[in-house]
Design a protein around this ligand. Structure first.
Ligand SMILES: [Zn+2]
Length: 417
């Protein structure tokens, strides 16, 4: 069996299921955050009754690592401590459900060349593979810590990350071992591209990914992912990879339909993957499949921004009834941002999302893409992960693009910034 499994507090129910139940009474000191101008709870039974459950003039009470009360400030219970938010807005900590932080090196030259007109192709990953293989565990770990801290300063309190720049049994396993030191949401992506030394024999590489490499990696991961794309893995290869991973207790997610139309999204739905990620090139059948499944469509606008590519159409997915998440795809090649606020701003400006929808997708949507209900919302019993924005409204996340708006971050009940 794998030691890394479902994180504590993760119910098996769908993310849209019943609200988080109150936790047992706690003896931990309570802290009230008061004088919140606008509180995004993501609980439609609260506040204005919208999907983000917006409460005006609100307070949040934290006890231990949990939210123990939310509501209007005037009704807040007595607490041991209080923090005056000074009329600022509060949103749940961001849930970044897709990143590639275990890497070494840098691809400044490639970005610079691409911005001078060269198209992006999956082959650029090989540059990072070479650098990652040459790096020590300590260097890889320091890099993961650096970008997790960078995200946390910007309000990301839950971060998924992947392997995929090792592509040998040893390098994939150590990538995941390093990732698992820093986060519970670890994804095995041996199937990022075919390893360069097996470029002429992709079938042999799929055998490795589903055999010895999987055996070495499964103990450190919760998820298995595959880049289903021309130049990476086709639908049959991707199905074989996800099926093998599932047999080892890993849950599927898919890099799907990023650079071209293809079978990735429908495979993700067929496999009940938690998420189909990218979803930039979708047929009507793909959209219908997502809308009629519990597979989340995770959109990664940093990738389209950084490759000057066509935006994914969030509006089309939302109007069809699909669940949409937003994530950074933070990686050194195609999306070197750790800023969820930046992704929110892009989604609102260019992908047809309203500010409320984009903020929901960056919090509750990301939680849904990780099949979590303990994060991504601020309701009684949820993990006390929250961001106090230096702004009177959550809308400022899209209205003030590129401006650092993090005033304070609480993660698991602890104030960090
Ligand atoms: Zn990715």
């Amino acid at each position: 069996m794998t030691p890394a499994t479902t994180p504590p507090g993760t119910p098996a129910s769908t993310p849209a299921g019943p609200p988080v139940q109150p936790s047992a009474p706690t003896a931990a000191p309570t802290t009230a955050i008061t004088n919140i101008a606008a509180l995004v709870t993501n609980d439609p039974s609260l506040g204005d009754g919208s999907p983000i459950g917006l409460i005006q003039d609100a307070a949040v009470v934290i006890g231990g690592d949990r939210v123990v009360w939310v509501g209007e400030s005037s009704k807040a219970p007595a607490t041991d401590n209080a923090v005056d938010a000074g009329g600022r807005a509060v949103v749940p900590g961001f849930v970044d459900s897709h990143s590639h932080l275990v890497f070494a090196g840098d691809r400044t030259q490639e970005f610079n060349a691409r911005m001078s007109g060269r198209p992006y192709s999956a082959g650029g990953i090989r540059t990072t593979v070479a650098a990652t293989r040459a790096a020590t565990d300590e260097a890889l770990s320091a890099n993961v810590a650096r970008y997790l801290a960078e995200g946390l300063r910007q309000g990301t309190t839950t971060q998924e990350t992947k392997s995929g720049y090792g592509l040998t049994v040893t390098d994939e396993a150590r990538s995941l071992r390093v990732a698992a030191r820093h986060t519970d949401e670890v994804t095995y992506l041996g199937a990022h591209i075919v390893a360069p030394e097996l470029a002429d024999d992709p079938a042999a590489y799929v055998d490795l990914v589903t055999g010895d490499m999987l055996d070495a990696c499964a103990p450190y991961a919760r998820w298995i992912d595959v880049f289903c794309e021309k130049g990476a893995f086709d639908g049959d290869q991707a199905r074989a990879i996800l099926t093998a991973g599932r047999a080892k207790g890993l849950q599927p997610r898919v890099h799907a339909n990023q650079l071209s139309y293809g079978p990735g999204v429908r495979l993700a739905v067929e496999m009940d993957a938690a998420s189909a990620d990218h979803c930039t090139h979708l047929t009507d059948e793909d959209v219908d499949a997502l809308a009629n499944s519990r597979t989340v469509a995770t959109l990664l606008p940093g990738a389209e921004f950084s490759t000057r590519a066509e935006w994914p159409d969030a509006r089309r997915l939302l109007d069809a009834g699909a669940t949409v998440a937003l994530s950074t795809d933070c990686n050194p090649g195609s999306s070197f941002t750790s800023s969820m606020a930046f992704c929110i701003a892009l989604a609102v400006r260019d992908m047809g999302m309203t500010p409320d929808e984009a903020i929901w997708s960056a919090t509750a949507g990301g939680a849904a893409a990780l099949r979590r209900t303990d994060v991504g919302r601020l309701t009684r019993g949820a993990t006390a992960d929250l961001v106090v924005l230096d702004a009177p409204s959550h809308v400022h996340l899209a209205y003030r693009p590129g401006v650092p708006l993090t005033w304070a971050v609480w993660r698991a009940g602890e104030r960090l910034h």
